[in-house]
Design a protein around this ligand. Sequence first.
Ligand SMILES: Cc1ncc(COP(=O)(O)O)c(C=O)c1O
Length: 379
Amino acid sequence: MIYLDHHATTPVDARVLEAMLPFFTEKFGNAASRQHRFGWDANDAVERARKQVAALIGAGSKDVVFTSGATEANNLAIKGAARARTDRDHLVTIATEHTAVLDPIARLEKDGWRVTVLPVTRDGLVDVGVVARAITERTALVSVMAANNEIGVLQPLKEVAAAAHAKGAWVHTDAVQAAGKVPFNVDEVNVDFASVSAHKVYGPKGVGALYVRRKRVAIAAEIDGGGHERGMRSGTLNVPGIVGLGAAAEIARQEMPAEATRSAQLRDRLLDRLRAATDGVTVNGSLDARLPGNLNVSFDGIDGEALLVGLDDIAVSSGAACTQAEPSHVLIALGHSKARALASLRFGIGRQTTAADIDHAASKVADVVTRLRRLAPVG
Ligand SMILES: Cc1ncc(COP(=O)(O)O)c(C=O)c1O
């Protein structure tokens, strides 16, 4: 099997695993135990990881809150900000967000918040003028992702943040797919919250972090207990997982420039080969403002489900990992029909992907597309 689904998850890097292992066995202390060496060692490891995560996103380490992943980080930022800002009643987001942003916002809407979900243009990018017009003095939070998990497009975050701050709104970004893949710096884009997840950058599943710009914002906790993580997220820290997130962040930071160039070359090679081998290939989302390792394409005249079934030795997906039976809400937001959205593939290129993998995938996809068009044409 060739794995080309690195937006869904990534394997744990051997160096990350090695860093984590002692914290399951001999260094098993509770990071909150203040009275002995076991606790001190665990706490030192957590604080080191906090610095590593902070360095990846250009943050101060005291502003990094560890969570169980980005879903929790998004919930903490969105619900925590909403609960903290009792003087405001409006939230703004965009239609192509991950469900880990859309669903907490939908929950708040049920609780009485006014919500504006903004459209994107045909290339998947938000129009900053449209965002600026949607934000008012009543807007508590604007949540716009850094990079999309399906079509890889990079949103104009800095401009979005400026428009939000001009009206006193706070800004959250789901940076899960951007951090570690492209330069992402919380000060440069000037966001107040940013969510990251270890398993998208060759770290373990079930651990992530929320950046909170504590000089400017203060949020209510979602989970109360021992007051861990400066009161923002109680619960005994997942020390091995946090060590893994830190190691993964450190490696991603160091290897990003070379890896971004390499994966962009492989992505371009994939597109060239697909186009050479078959016609009716459309790229979904801007090719310019895009993650280097992402390609999302639609194929004219085929049934999407039959395409995926035909790709028996390639792990790709037709959308986000969590919502495969339905057409992607992201592709629908680009203006695609249901059939076209279903006849799309998301390729996620990763560290282990080789040129040979790309060549095999391109010829396999082209063969299956050609066969389906002959045997079972659609549209
Ligand atoms: C953009 C985006 N946000 C949030 C998540 C959820 O992250 P986690 O699996 O750490 O909860 C994912 C991945 O599933 C994602 O791609």
